[in-house]
Design a protein around this ligand. Structure first.
Ligand code: ATP
Ligand code: MG
Length: 230
């Protein structure tokens, strides 16, 4: 059913432990309607990344189910799940290759015009064109000549090209300068439009653009509301 996933998520009574370790998420029930942007915040070790790993099926729930549009993610093919849910992490944004190849990873075989449209959408086109070889400029794993903010925009362009129903973003903790921060924020807003998003948020500005903020502590949601109410 999923190539046109809508992106409604439900962690239905999920209990999770890594192997036979302690319970990390005790009976978490969390429903996220399609299209909602949720910011996950909370202290270190609260379980935020663990939630992300369950939604992306990096791990499966120990008990309970993770549902995407009502379908248990374990019943989806890898292809359907990868198309529906895309994770943008703070590391490993780039591999050694051209800017073009790095963006195209979002949808292998995408034509140049789509790659460029994705870059334009998230606000990456201008700095790419200012690079020595434009889209053919080689970057390396660490980014090379690319700044932290630009790196993040390239990963946004990749995700935009992939166009998943659900976006999971573990926001970079590295600080950006103010123009960089604004650029990333604008790109992020474009990327979030018309899809469900779970953002592990480290920036106040990101919490502000979320529809809903979940504060986690010891694997539980201790606050759940609009940014303005927190
Ligand atoms: P941070 O803000 O530091 O990223 P977090 O909220 O993302 O924290 P998680 O990474 O989800 O927290 O970790 C929740 C708990 O699970 C922690 O106690 C952590 O030690 C444990 N944990 C995380 N990954 C593993 C793993 N691969 N194996 C065993 N325990 C793990
Ligand atoms: Mg984490």
């Amino acid at each position: 059913p999923l190539p046109q996933a809508r992106g409604a998520l439900h962690l239905a009574d999920v209990t999770f432990r890594y192997g036979d370790g302690p319970v990390i998420l005790p009976d978490l029930d969390l429903a996220i309607p399609a299209g909602q942007t949720v910011a996950l915040v909370g202290t270190t070790g609260a379980g935020k990344s663990t939630v992300a790993k369950l939604v992306t099926r990096f791990y499966d729930a120990t008990q309970g189910r993770v549902l995407l549009d009502g379908v248990d993610v374990r019943d989806l093919s890898t292809t359907d799940l990868r198309r529906a849910v895309v994770m943008v992490t703070q590391e490993a944004y780039l591999f050694s290759g051209s800017v073009r190849e790095n963006i195209a990873l979002g949808r292998p075989g995408a034509p140049q015009e789509d790659i460029e449209a994705a870059a334009r959408a998230v606000g990456a086109h201008d700095f790419i064109m200012a690079m020595p070889d434009g889209y053919d400029t080689e970057v390396n794993k660490r980014g090379g000549r690319v700044s932290a903010g630009q790196r993040q925009l390239l990963s946004f362009a990749r995700a935009f090209l992939a166009d998943p129903a659900v976006l999971v973003l573990d926001e970079a903790t590295s600080s950006l300068d103010l123009p960089g921060e604004r650029l990333v924020q604008r790109g992020l807003q474009t990327l979030l439009a018309d899809r469900t998003a779970i953002i592990i948020a480290h920036r106040l500005s990101t919490v502000d653009i979320a529809d809903r903020v979940l504060v986690m502590e010891h694997g539980r949601v201790i606050e759940d509301g609009a940014p303005a109410d927190l």
